[in-house]
Each structure stands twice: as structure tokens, then as C-alpha cells.
Design a protein around this ligand. Structure first.
Ligand SMILES: Cc1cc2nc3c(=O)[nH]c(=O)nc-3n(C[C@H](O)[C@H](O)[C@H](O)COP(=O)(O)OP(=O)(O)OC[C@H]3O[C@@H](n4cnc5c(N)ncnc54)[C@H](O)[C@@H]3O)c2cc1C
Length: 174
């Protein structure tokens, strides 16, 4: 049997939202989905505090956590005049990542475990997927799960300087 039903890599907007939904599903599910959320411990890999904004019509499930909300659109023209109009039925809503993180951790329930791990790689398999991770003390861990949701940002290829060579008149290269 796999260690977990679901492993979520990354506790950002996507990972926290999924963990929250799974926690809600677990309230109606027996047995619950054993879930692990893996996020590096505080340190060089910790992303900066950030805000997440979205449009929504009417009240929504995150309203109690909102840091700000705007119901008007305002455009300032080249003459400096402000043109304002209501955006209804929509409002532009802003959440702070720290507030979402604290709320999801508190509400997720016992079956959702938050683990301070830095994921190195994942491998798919016929029975389960394997996640290889580093613990804060440098210990290498191997977790298995029926499903893995990997929200790590894609690695951008490094810019490689074009190979440069010049040939002088005598055939030697520099
Ligand atoms: C400068 C900037 C400003 C932005 N401003 C806004 C804004 O005003 N409003 C808005 O709505 N959106 C904004 N965004 C976009 C918003 O931040 C992203 O759309 C959103 O965070 C994406 O969610 P995500 O879960 O995909 O990624 P993230 O939120 O980045 O989550 C990825 C998670 O994976 C974790 N992780 C990474 N590597 C590993 C690893 N090896 N092992 C384990 N975990 C790992 C990270 O620590 C992170 O918690 C901004 C983005 C940037 C860069």
C-alpha cells in the first residue's frame, strides 16, 4: 500500500486550494484520503509572501480571509481625468498567501499532513508514484502515493551563450 493517497508538492495557490478541497471532501468520506502537502522548510527555497487576486460575482468561500476587495473600475485618461464605473456583479478580491496558508493548515483535518520537505524528483509507476525529497536535516526520504499533484514551478532553461570561435589567417583558432 502506498504511504499516501495523494501527495501535493508545493503549498502555493494551487497546492493549498487542492489541500483545502480534499480536507472538505474528507469530512464526508470514510476512510479519508490520506494526503501529504510537501513544502520546503523556511529558508532559501521559501517563496516571498504574495497576494492572490481574482474576480468573483457575489459572495465567495474565501470572503472571510480577504485582505481587500474592489467594486469599481477606474481608468485615468491622458488628461488626468478619472473615469470610474462599477464592475458589478463582479468584485476584484485579494487574498494574502500567509492568510490562506494558515487557514488551510488549521482547517484541513487530521488526514491532511503538512511536511517540511524539499522535493528532488518524482517517478511514475504502475501501482503508485514515488516522490524523492530532502528533510530539513539533509535526510533523503522516499514517499509513495496513488496520485501526485506537482505544482513546482517549471524550471526555466538557462540561457546558454552561443559557442564562439574565430579562426585566424594561419588556420589556428582563438
Ligand atoms: C512578481 C509576481 C507578482 C504576482 N502578483 C500577483 C497578484 O498580484 N495577484 C495574483 O493573483 N497573482 C499574482 N502573481 C501570480 C501568482 O503568484 C501565481 O499565479 C500563483 O502563486 C501560482 O500558484 P501556484 O500554486 O501554481 O505556484 P506558487 O504559488 O508559486 O506555488 C508553488 C509552490 O511550490 C513550492 N515548491 C517549489 N519548489 C519546490 C520543491 N522542490 N519541493 C517542494 N515544494 C516546492 C514553492 O515553495 C511554492 O510554495 C504574481 C506572481 C509573481 C511572480
Amino acid at each position: 500500500m502506498a504511504d499516501y493517497d495523494v501527495v501535493i508538492i508545493g503549498a502555493g495557490a494551487a497546492g493549498l486550494t487542492l489541500a483545502h478541497r480534499l480536507g472538505q471532501i474528507n469530512d464526508r468520506r470514510d476512510p479519508p484520503l490520506r494526503t501529504a502537502v510537501l513544502e520546503p522548510p523556511p529558508g532559501p527555497h521559501t517563496p516571498p509572501r504574495r497576494t492572490w487576486c481574482f474576480w468573483e460575482a457575489g459572495p465567495g468561500p474565501w470572503d472571510h480571509l480577504l485582505a481587500a476587495s474592489w467594486e469599481d473600475l477606474s481608468v485615468i485618461g491622458p488628461d488626468g481625468a478619472e473615469h470610474r464605473s462599477p464592475a458589478g456583479p463582479y468584485a476584484y478580491k485579494m487574498l494574502r498567501s500567509t492568510d490562506v496558508d494558515a487557514h488551510v493548515r488549521a482547517a484541513a483535518g487530521a488526514a491532511v499532513e503538512f511536511r517540511p520537505l524539499f522535493v528532488r524528483d518524482t517517478e511514475d509507476g504502475p501501482e503508485h508514484a514515488t516522490v524523492r525529497a530532502l528533510a530539513p536535516g539533509g535526510e533523503h526520504l522516499r514517499l509513495t502515493a496513488r496520485w501526485v499533484f506537482d505544482s513546482r514551478p517549471p524550471v526555466r532553461p538557462r540561457a546558454v551563450a552561443p559557442a564562439c570561435s574565430s579562426t585566424s589567417g594561419d588556420g589556428s583558432s582563438a
